[in-house]
Design a protein around this ligand. Structure first.
Ligand SMILES: *Cc1c(COP(=O)(O)O)cnc(C)c1O
Length: 416
């Protein structure tokens, strides 16, 4: 019996836990000899595919030189190169790069930067605005700015109060803009959003125009605009950043999942110069008080540098466009099937609802679907009755067709 306590796993259900021995491209291989198609990029992180040779080589090479070094008051080549690389590829206004190690910590850092900015300017602004149904991670601060539900009910007394803006669902956009306008008049510190698509909240899409209008309201009221692009960046939504599609440059930007191509953990929070400047002083009490032991781990930075080189030198954007078009074709075929509702897509992500069961994260359909896909050697992890596909960009047509065939069979299974 394993001693391991797995994340988001109800061990009491005794569901099988496959042991993966190796992976390549869009395929995972298990100890019992199965080849499993990774339909969700190992939980949204793997962009170019598992074991990309350039990223693997960069990790091996860096491991020979420098494994780890304190980052408070010290620096190293991979981090310096990465900061420059990010400055070159990300919006010009985001001049400062702060490292951490996960999406959740990049969000915590963003929130602390926002509050530190106002505190150091002598303004008591600390309220955070959030979008309904959003998800920003599982640490206490990140949970506080995310939707409340069964997954954080036990910790609710510790979560800080936020202002929730209604989700800008198609047809209800004005309510969102009005609520944001009203909330911004009370001078909150910041508004944090997942641009264009809310991931864990159910792959909910909203328009670039809404993103642009929400950003404009924040800019007008001097409310810091934090874009959590932990899931959406690195081409997931069709562009390097989702914000690009709305012509929006956030004040603070959170990046993680695809930053290393999904190979090793790393995150950055990028900020506008004046947010950094508000912390810069000869007064040590005004410095940015955040660190974690592995801040800017050199091996992780080397992996991220390889990812940036791939973006610069390989036709990544063309690959993404091709995958998006192939996904759209498969989705269109499925959308016509009875029992399928809400078929939608953005970039390399598609999603739909399977009708005929209760909705919500704990919908009984969830575990049934999970088991159904597992039996067909597909790694898909529905959010309740919402099934989504978010594969590595290298997935071939054969594997992609198997993923959609599996979903089609699942729809039939639920209906029969
Ligand atoms: C996954 C995710 C996070 C949390 O990232 P972790 O690395 O799991 O801590 C935060 N925000 C968004 C939008 C995410 O999708």
């Amino acid at each position: 019996m394993s001693a391991i306590w797995h994340p988001f796993t109800q061990h009491g259900l005794d569901e099988p836990i496959p042991l993966v021995t190796h992976a390549e491209g869009a395929a995972l291989f298990t100890r019992d000899g199965r080849r499993i198609i990774d339909g969700i990029s190992s939980w949204w992180v793997t962009t170019h595919g598992h074991g990309h040779p350039r990223i693997m080589a960069a990790i091996a090479d860096q491991a020979q030189r420098l494994d780890q070094i304190i980052f408070a008051g010290w620096t190293h080549e991979p981090a310096e190169t990465l900061a420059e690389g990010l400055r070159a590829i990300m919006p010009d206004a985001l001049t400062r790069v702060f490292f951490s190690d996960s999406g959740s910590t990049s969000v915590e850092v963003a929130l602390k930067m926002a509050l530190g900015f106002w505190a150091n300017r002598g303004e008591a602004r600390h309220r955070i605005l959030v979008l309904e149904h959003s998800y920003h991670g599982d640490t206490i601060g990140a949970m506080s700015v995310g939707a409340r539900g069964v997954y954080n009910q036990a910790y609710a007394p510790l979560l800080f109060d936020v202002g929730t803006i209604p989700f800008p669902a198609a047809g209800a956009e004005q309510a969102t803009l009005d609520a944001l306008e009203t909330a911004c008049r009370a001078q909150p510190a910041a508004f944090i959003v997942e641009p264009l698509i809310l991931g864990a909240g159910g792959m909910l899409l909203y328009s670039p125009q809404m993103l642009a209008e929400m950003h404009a309201i924040c800019a007008r009221h001097d409310v810091l605009f934090i874009a959590d692009e932990v899931m959406t960046a690195w081409g997931r939504t069709g562009t390097l950043l989702a914000c690009e599609q709305a012509g929006v440059v956030p004040d603070i930007l959170c990046l993680s999942k695809g930053l290393t191509g999904g190979a090793v953990p790393l995150a950055v929070t990028m900020a506008r110069e004046d947010i950094y400047a508000a912390h810069r002083s000869t007064d040590r009490a005004r410095m940015f008080f955040h660190s974690s032991s592995y801040t800017a781990n050199p091996i992780a930075c080397a992996a991220a540098n390889a990812n940036l080189a791939i973006w610069r030198e390989e036709p990544v954007r063309a690959r993404i466009a091709t995958l998006a078009a192939r996904q759209a074709r498969h989705l269109a075929a499925l959308a016509a099937v009875p029992g399928v509702a809400g078929a939608r897509a953005i970039g390399t992500i598609t999603a739909l609802e399977i009708e005929g069961g209760a909705h919500g994260y704990l919908s009984a359909l969830g575990p049934r679907l999970l088991a159904f896909f597992r039996e067909r050697d597909l790694l898909l992890r529905p959010l309740g009755n919402t099934v989504y596909v978010m594969p590595p960009y290298c997935i071939d047509e054969h594997d992609l067709a198997l993923v959609y065939a599996g979903i089609g069979e699942a729809v039939e299974m639920v209906r029969s």
